[in-house]
Design a protein around this ligand. Sequence first.
Ligand code: AMP
Length: 466
Amino acid sequence: MKQLHDECGVFGVFGHPDAATITYLGLHALQHRGQESAGMVTTEGRHLNLHRQMGLVVDVFSEDVLSRLSGTSAIGHVRYSTAGSSSLQNAQPIKCMFEGGALALAHNGNIVNSDELQGYLKKNGHVFQSTSDSEVLLHLVATAYYDDIPKAVSGMMDKALGAYSMVLLSPDKLVAVRDPRGFRPLVMGRLDGAVVVASETTSLDLIGATVEREIEPGEIVVASEDGVRSIQAKPAREPARCVFEHIYFARPDSEVFGQQAYTVRKELGRQLAREQPVEDADLVIPVPDSGVSAAIGFAEIQDAPFDMGLVRSHYVGRTFIEPEQRIRNFGVKLKLNPVPELVRGRVVVVVDDSIVRGTTSRKIVEMVRARSPKAVHLRISSPPTRWPCYYGIDTPSREELIASSMSVEEITKLTTAESLGYLSVEGMHRAVSGAGKGGYCDACFTGNYPVRTDRNWPPQRHGRKK
Ligand code: AMP
């Protein structure tokens, strides 16, 4: 079975008269985490009302749809997945009826032993409606149920391996849970006395909620008529917070894992300039939006002017959204265009957060070069992305990851830049956590996977050029 890699955002609210509208807004602020489908389940205490559809939050929830999603509690989801698995069937939340009544679930992350678990469940007569690992989680909760949903969620945690930050809704409870490694973020807060949970603090900011705290790794939080209960269901393991949330994925105005993403990104740029300065740089320009914060930090240490030398069209989404390479190539041009007067005759440093397949950087260097700069240097505020992520960030297979088969010199040639400089793994950790590894997962850069997966364990290290 094809394993899905979901990049997603989740949201939940318990005990608010405008649950659907609040969830709509909460999801809107998480749109960057997934643009393929959006969905919501609400409850007025008896039924679960579901609406999910392919598309962006603004298109999925019309006024009419929202007015039909009645209730005082809700969960919501935005989803992005790799090509081939885009279908409404895999959209979330997913809803079912089981021994304990009605239940819905919305999941961010990726379960690494999902195939194994699904195989076992199928042999025992379970039937599945989708190829999503999240449906496996719902089956595990149902299987572990005796008389209490939080206990069943804890039972699920005994079986599922990997990354899950998720929310579940029954007619009388909202349950939020984070895996024992805490791969993906999940925060909780309050709005007019209601409990709210979201992947990122931007959601809480938008609805005017106060941010209370992160949900801890291994913790289950239950909101019901009886109030809020916290259960440390599993002991927290050595944390494996996703470093890529800080590098690229989260919105810069979010506080992620207790730190402002913007500040961390700027520090990544500063560290990059310390490690990979460009002699005689006249101008530092970011690849908007992903490279902006790092480029500001880079320019500061490089002591060179920062300017918006590339202008972005705001009517194009993330370049990755196009499943086909052909369209992706064109997508870069559709999205970005240089300001000729700024780059002409100058030594230009272009800063971006990462190189994945190499499409974006090659096209950008080409575009800037066409405006007659003196030189184009490329600087990347993360190390070479060499390994696929199995914990919920969409990365292509190893073959498609340019840095897994090419050396930095070869990639430099391919991009046609005068020089290319990546941040070191050590420098990245220093920028993110002050020193050492600091409890972050860096598997996409190092191949050191903190939780085993059948397909990547042990990682194949041979065949890679240095
Ligand atoms: P590529 O063109 O394949 O090298 O992709 C690099 C660009 O995609 C960079 O500008 C990144 O900001 C962005 N990017 C990196 N990782 C992801 C991801 N997982 N999803 C979407 N975009 C990404």
